[in-house]
Design a protein around this ligand. Structure first.
Ligand code: AMP
Length: 376
């Protein structure tokens, strides 16, 4: 019987996961190097330790019946170690191995018969020319591992720029990806149970600002047949990975109407926050259900949603303007409990609940609502 969940990573995704797990009656222990982490504030206990601290990871394994993680840039050695010691980790190290590595991930997606942008590995400055010839330019150089929120990425439009990016990356393994001229960015949040059942939420439409998610619209404003195709692609990827838990597949819709998979996150995702306030069973609850072998819930939206991320701007740590924001009854505010609102740090989000079509007027209202907030 599962009573206690162990969560590696104490950020906002872990916090929202924990809030649901607590509602469902579980105990939660989180492991994170930072004391009073967003997740640690709401969990039963926090083990304060580095992700590669084997003794601490073992303690987490001993004290919980199942271990999960809230972001994928954790030490895979620790996850493998837990598995070798007989602890249950979900998603497994096999899933983590693929999704931690952009090259393995894109190769895997292609192996599922699903399109990605053109890509090539760069392991030395000498590879630059051949890689650029293979992908075409302009392109994006990305670190194969460890990048998130647009970190570890360089847009390049010449072989010389690829070489410069290689030097700047100081030996980190790199991938070159053809820049996609996209009409919009999409994501599919799905969950797969241990029995192989997969549920997929309505497709979300995402706008990024310099690599960081700024806004999600759900459902996406795309043709129904494309939405079904995107959900089918996400299901095929979940099946191929054999993942157990919630996951996210990010895609580009090209101007030519083609769907290309960009990346997979083996965990709940920022672009799935809308599911908390617009559906009866959020991406977090689906994750808890999947890892605890409970039935998944076929997604159903009560209404549409526009999710706006609230980022720090470096001007203070106190969020001002919430009174004005919450005067609008369609807005649900989520604040993550982070002490320092460093520039571009994700500090919270809100979801605007929308009955009816999400048109430019609705999006203008959402932007205006965000504009009411500031850091003091
Ligand atoms: P990623 O870390 O791969 O999710 O990239 C972050 C963001 O950078 C994406 O959501 C896109 O807005 C942009 N981006 C990444 N790769 C590409 C690409 N190959 N073509 C165009 N834009 C990209």
């Amino acid at each position: 019987m599962i009573e206690t969940l162990g969560v590696i990573g104490g950020g906002q995704l872990g916090r929202m996961l924990t809030l649901v797990a607590k509602r469902m009656g579980y105990r939660v222990i989180v492991l994170d190097p930072q004391e009073h982490s967003p997740c640690g504030q709401v969990a039963d206990e926090q083990i304060v330790a580095a992700y590669d601290d084997r003794a601490a990871i073992e303690e987490l394994g001993h004290r919980s019946e199942i271990v999960t993680y809230e972001f994928e840039n954790i030490d895979i050695g620790s996850v493998e170690h837990l598995e070798r010691c007989g602890h249950r980790v979900t998603p497994s190290s096999g899933v983590l191995r693929i999704t931690q590595d952009r090259l393995l991930e894109k190769t895997f997606v292609r192996g599922c018969g699903i399109a990605t942008t053109e890509f090539a590995a760069i392991s030395s400055a000498l590879d630059a020319e051949a890689a650029a010839a293979r992908t075409g330019l302009p392109a994006i150089v990305k670190t194969i591992r460890g990048g998130y929120d647009g970190k570890g990425q360089w847009r390049v439009d010449s072989v010389e720029a690829v070489r410069r990016a290689f030097e700047e990356a100081r030996g980190a393994p790199l991938i070159l990806e053809r820049e996609v001229d996209f009409a919009c960015e999409l994501s599919v949040i799905a969950a797969r149970g241990g029995d192989g059942v997969i549920v997929a939420f309505p497709v979300a439409e995402n706008a990024h600002d310099n690599g960081i998610l700024a806004r999600t619209i759900a459902p996406a404003r795309i043709e129904p047949n494309l939405a079904v195709r995107a959900q089918e692609m996400a299901s095929a990827i979940g099946r191929g990975l054999g993942i157990v838990g919630t996951y996210c597949v990010e895609l580009f819709l090209t101007r030519g109407g083609e769907l290309l998979v960009n990346e997979i996150a083996p965990r709940p995702h920022n672009s799935g926050h809308f599911t908390i306030d617009t559906t009866p069973c959020s991406q977090y609850e689906q994750h808890v259900r999947a890892i605890c072998s409970l039935p998944l819930s076929p997604p159903r939206m009560f209404c549409g949603g526009v999710m706006m991320n609230i980022l720090g701007d470096g001007n203070g740590n106190h969020l001002a303007g919430t009174e004005a924001l919450l005067a609008d009854p369609t807005i649900v505010l989520h604040v993550y409990g982070k002490r320092h609102a460093v520039a571009r740090r994700k500090m919270g989000h809100f979801t605007m609940l929308v009955d009816g079509p999400i048109d430019d007027a609705v999006l203008a209202l959402a932007s205006c609502a965000l504009g009411k907030l500031s850091w003091r």
